[in-house]
Design a protein around this ligand. Structure first.
Ligand code: SF4
Length: 258
């Protein structure tokens, strides 16, 4: 087990931050960073005015936002405020707006759909079946994402190959199920690279990362991980590994936004 393993979380001092625990660059970090910058510049030019970074406000996405701001690229920043996020996650939005002097597009689910779903299925529906969990993700994430991507020809994510077996073959550039360019500029970055960059540039990050939550989603569907668990073990932990995607990064045509 190397230092990037979740196991190393609990081998550090109890008060250690994620930076203390993880910030160690790969030997080829500078080359990866250069390649990431070139990729971002190229896609910003190719899709000028029609591209958005869909940020989950996780550590990887904060790195991407920092790079976009640092490079002065004309790329919108959008996030999905599902109505079920941790307060710490929501608080990051004004923090990054202040830090970088930009405005984050906030896309929320349609209230009537959420109310209807919760009335019909209960607030804890996601724990009862994969269908209900995906139904909740559809309303709170997929439909707002479709609105975020409307009129856009490209989007940027913080996906990395190391995050899970489902993401092990992520490409730097792909075409999503709707023909848009999907850029994953950190595809080959390690978790240690991400935290090295955050430390180097004093990037704001979610304090929940310091509480053994490497992957943070909605509050009801995220827990801290324990010794030996995988990076995304704290997401939808009651489901099989193969089902652990909310649909945002599964190749499929998006639902109608209306
Ligand atoms: S992650 Fe959980 S709370 Fe969030 S949309 Fe999906 S099922 Fe609902």
């Amino acid at each position: 087990m190397n230092d990037s393993s979740p196991l190393s979380i609990l081998s550090g001092p109890a008060t250690a931050s994620a930076i203390d625990l993880y910030a160690r660059p790969s030997p080829d970090f500078e080359a990866k960073l250069d390649a990431t910058i070139e990729l971002l510049k190229a896609v910003a030019e190719d899709h000028a005015g029609r591209i958005v970074q869909a940020t989950s406000l996780g550590a990887e996405d904060m790195v991407v936002t920092d790079l976009l701001a640092r490079l002065g690229l004309d790329i919108a920043i959008g996030t999905l405020e599902t109505g079920a996020l941790h307060a710490e996650t929501v608080a990051l939005i004004p923090r990054l707006e202040q830090r970088y002097g930009l405005q984050v597009e906030i896309h929320r689910p349609r209230e009537e759909q959420v109310v209807h779903f919760v009335r019909s299925n209960g607030a804890d529906a996601m724990y009862r079946s994969i269908e209900l969990r995906k139904g909740c993700c559809q309303i709170r994430k997929m439909e707002p994402l479709a609105r975020m991507l409307e009129g856009r020809t490209a989007w940027i994510t913080g996906l990395r190959r190391e995050q899970s077996s489902n993401r092990g073959t992520v490409s730097f550039v792909e075409t999503d199920g709707n023909g848009r360019t999907k850029l994953n500029p950190l595809a080959d970055w390690t978790w240690n690279d991400v935290w090295h960059y955050i430390a180097q540039h004093d990037v704001p990050y979610n304090p929940l990362h310091d509480q053994f939550m490497p992957s943070i989603g909605c509050a009801p569907c995220t827990r801290a991980i324990a010794v030996g668990e995988d990076f995304r073990a704290g997401r939808w932990w009651w489901e099989d590994e193969a089902a652990k995607e909310c649909g945002l990064h599964v190749q499929q045509a998006e639902p109608a936004a209306a």
